[in-house]
Design a protein around this ligand. Structure first.
Ligand SMILES: Nc1ncnc2c1ncn2[C@@H]1O[C@H](COP(=O)(O)OP(=O)(O)OP(=O)(O)O)[C@@H](O)[C@H]1O
Length: 233
């Protein structure tokens, strides 16, 4: 399994730098939580990992390979799956078709939907022939996660997956993310506002402020003082 290593990343929209010298490490199977107030660059950091900003400089390695020069689909094929904020399932496609789309990023060309997805999210099995657009917000998030998993990734990158989702489904989604990490060994990079969840679920955290890492460490060190100083408004 590969590790990810970011060194002194700078990332731009047009000429404006939004990420200013960010470094982090993600060991194989590790869970990294990315925290910070609104607008500090959390989403931009995730987009930078996927090659979705206008320009990104510095070092970004996945295993022994430098990936900054690769296109977004090439990064996906290496096993880096990204679930953007707002889910983005295709509303006219059925649940099955949405999940099948994920398999197109598989390097081995297989088109099978892994059974464990339906064990994890039984509602998707029940609604397999419904249109994605007819699912609730929480169900669409489950579908977006299932679609990303259908590509058999090594790392899953999630941007506030439980934002705006009804509470009973939040727990299911959080449990699924933890199980994917602990039982299936997936590396996780999670942007999260819910600090208690980040603390219990992740191994390491980093706090961004104005595009820079202002604090990082082991998640057990995510104390109330840290939250008070860096994360409250
Ligand atoms: N496509 C874009 N073009 C230009 N500037 C952008 C673009 N997307 C974001 N920005 C700017 O980059 C900065 C960081 O935004 P980003 O969305 O990465 O922050 P965030 O920490 O994820 O915030 P939130 O918690 O609100 O999602 C903001 O100042 C934002 O206005």
């Amino acid at each position: 399994m590969e590790n990810m290593q970011a060194r002194d990343l700078y990332s731009f929209y047009g000429k404006s730098p939004v990420i200013l010298g960010v470094s982090f490490d993600l060991d194989p199977g590790e869970f990294l939580a990315v925290l910070g107030r609104n607008g500090v660059g959390k989403t931009t950091l995730l987009k930078s990992i996927m090659g979705l900003t206008d320009r990104c400089e510095g070092g970004l390695a996945f295993g022994s390979q430098d990936i900054l020069g690769l296109s977004t689909p090439q990064r996906s094929k290496l096993g880096i799956a990204y679930i953007p904020q707002g889910r983005e399932v295709i509303p006219q496609f059925t649940v099955r078709e949405n999940i099948l789309m994920g398999t197109f990023a598989r390097p081995d060309g297989k088109r099978d939907i892994p059974d464990y997805l339906f064990e994890m999210f039984p509602i998707l099995d029940e609604f397999i022939s419904r249109r994605g657009g007819d699912l609730s917000g929480g169900q669409q998030q489950q579908l977006a996660i299932a679609r990303a998993l259908a590509m058999d990734p090594k790392i899953l990158i999630l941007d506030e997956p439980t934002e705006g989702i009804q509470p009973n489904i939040v727990k299911q989604i959080e449990d699924a993310i933890v199980r994917l990490n602990r039982e299936r060994g997936l590396g996780i990079i999670l942007v999260e506002q819910n600090v208690p969840f980040a603390r219990t679920a992740s191994d390491r955290f980093l706090v961004l402020d104005k595009g820079r890492v202002v604090l990082s460490g082991k998640s057990e060190d995510l104390t109330d003082d840290v939250v008070e100083k860096h994360l409250t408004f």
